[in-house]
Design a protein around this ligand. Structure first.
Ligand code: BES
Ligand code: ZN
Ligand code: MN
Length: 471
């Protein structure tokens, strides 16, 4: 898809559709007054008749009669100004492009009106690119939606190619994460993830280390090994059946997305290395399946993690924290000074916060402040939950240093606090993307359905912020 910064106006440009932003409760913005005049007051009339109310994700095609070179208007809602943020801005453009594609429009010109201004270039481009993602890549029939060929940006300035390219890259990286999350677990296996990582390493001439079963045993990564042992495939968790603590069948297929943390990290890592930031960044992915079999780890089993702590398994479905614990030890062994983990760790994240943001916990205010800033720049929301010392007793086991589940409350916090036990006091932020990485609540119409790519853009912005500070 081509993205063009154009000097033309909405009255001059020729596109399949001109997209005009609409805000709830406001009249015709000055910025589109010329366009409206050329159309004989059509937009103002639609607004005054309440045919379009400016609701977020409300999109209305308007047929034109040749008054201007473009064939259609596409009025798209941004909701009320007070609710606007970077995430809603991106999803609004995501939806705009999806709908444009459904109508078969191949060239879309973006008119600009508040709250969309020059400062939203990245959000507009990223959102639009994300709107080209297709979840149904595995359906064999005719495609429902056209491919967007050109996005024409009107009034965003002309000399901003580099920003456009950077935003395009972030949009595509988010889509890559979504695509990986969407791939079926018989295709996206731990080996597949490793092969993708090797591809990135070859392309950018990076160091890569892929540890197989032998190396995992030798390294003492017994928590990862324990989760993996029920699977015949050498996992992030590429499929989470729950293991012996088997999940209910309803919705189990969704657990193909239990490697969303791995996907976001790998996809962001590719962008980070392509930008050659002056920062040492290491991506650690602990990958296996969590399956029930005669060899599976069992409730009651106790293992010593690579960091030396013993963990009693109470529920084999709390596997994410186990593999993450060993992954963090691995990162520390290799010299990591700051830790950020992304994982679909707890269903409780959906209860506590829901699909609109990533649930976070952190042991360090300074690192958290950077993550917060990165999330804001990325339009990729995070919300910090507290760590309360009162809850550490819930992690205690009668047999081992820790137990992996059965805390009875505050599931996302205690899940994070379990991970904290392995960070050896290093600054650390834990991003629980269980809810934010996949929206399965149909009523939540202002958040795209299914994989969202949560965490991907955030990681890139975080690396950029940290690189800028390190200089
Ligand atoms: N991968 C799941 C968490 C999850 C749930 C992700 C729903 C996405 C959507 C994780 O491995 C899990 O099963 N967690 C358990 C932990 C519990 C046993 C302490 C959970 O949330 O029920
Ligand atoms: Zn899981
Ligand atoms: Mn699980």
């Amino acid at each position: 898809m081509k993205i063009t910064l154009s000097p033309l106006t909405a009255v001059q440009v020729q596109a399949d559709a001109i997209a005009v932003p609409m805000v709830a409760g406001r009249g015709l913005p000055n910025e589109v007054a010329d366009l409206d005049r050329a159309l004989g007051g059509l937009i103002a009339e639609i607004i005054s008749r309440n045919e379009h109310r400016g609701r977020l994700m409300e999109i209305m095609p308007v047929h034109l009669g040749g008054q201007i070179p473009s064939r259609r208007l596409l009025l798209y809602g941004l909701g009320s100004l007070r609710d606007m943020d970077g995430q809603r801005m991106r999803w609004a453009h995501h939806e705009l492009i999806r709908v444009a594609r459904s109508y078969g429009y191949r060239t879309v010109a973006m008119a600009k009106a508040p709250p969309v201004d020059e400062s939203n270039l990245a959000a507009v481009v990223e959102g639009s690119i994300m709107g080209t993602w297709e979840q149904r890549s595995r359906q064999s029939g005719q495609k429902d939606r056209a491919e967007l060929e050109e996005l024409i940006l009107l009034g965003f300035g002309l000399d901003r190619e580099r920003e456009v390219v950077a935003a395009e890259q972030l949009g595509q990286a988010t889509n890559r994460t979504r695509e990986w999350v969407n791939l079926p677990p018989n295709v996206l296996t731990p080996d597949y993830l490793a092969e993708e990582a090797r591809r990135i390493a070859r392309r950018y001439e990076l160091e890569i280390e892929v540890l197989g079963p032998e190396e995992i045993r030798a390294g003492g990564y017994n928590l990862l090994q324990a989760v993996a042992q029920g699977s015949s495939v050498p996992k992030g968790i590429t499929f989470d059946s729950g293991g012996i603590s088997l999940k209910k069948p309803e919705g189990m297929h969704r657990m193909k997305g239990d490697m969303a943390g791995a996907a976001a990290v790998l996809s962001a890592f590719e962008v980070i290395v392509s930008r050659r930031l002056p920062l040492d960044v290491m991506a650690v992915i602990a990958s296996c399946e969590n399956m029930p079999s005669g060899n599976s780890y069992k409730p009651g089993d106790t293992f010593t993690g690579a960091g030396g702590k013993t963990v009693e398994i109470v529920n084999t479905d709390a596997e994410g924290r186990l593999v993450l614990a060993d992954a963090i030890t691995h990162a520390l062994r290799h010299g990591a000074t700051h830790l950020v983990d992304l994982a679909t760790l707890t269903g409780a994240a959906t209860i506590a916060i829901g699909h609109a943001a990533t649930a976070a916990v952190a042991n360090d205010d300074a690192l958290w402040a950077r993550v917060w800033e990165a999330a804001d720049r990325a339009g990729d929301r995070v919300w910090r939950l507290p760590i309360y010392a009162d809850y550490s007793v819930l992690l205690q086991s009668r047999y081992a240093d820790l137990k992996n589940a059965d805390y009875g409350q505050a599931g996302s916090i205690t899940g994070g606090m379990f991970i904290e036990q392995f960070v050896e006091g290093r600054p650390w932020v834990h991003l629980d993307i269980a809810a934010s990485s996949w929206n399965d609540k149909g009523e939540l119409t202002t958040i795209p359905r299914a994989p969202t790519g949560a965490g991907t853009r955030l990681c890139v912005h975080l690396a950029e912020l940290m690189a800028a500070e390190a200089r």
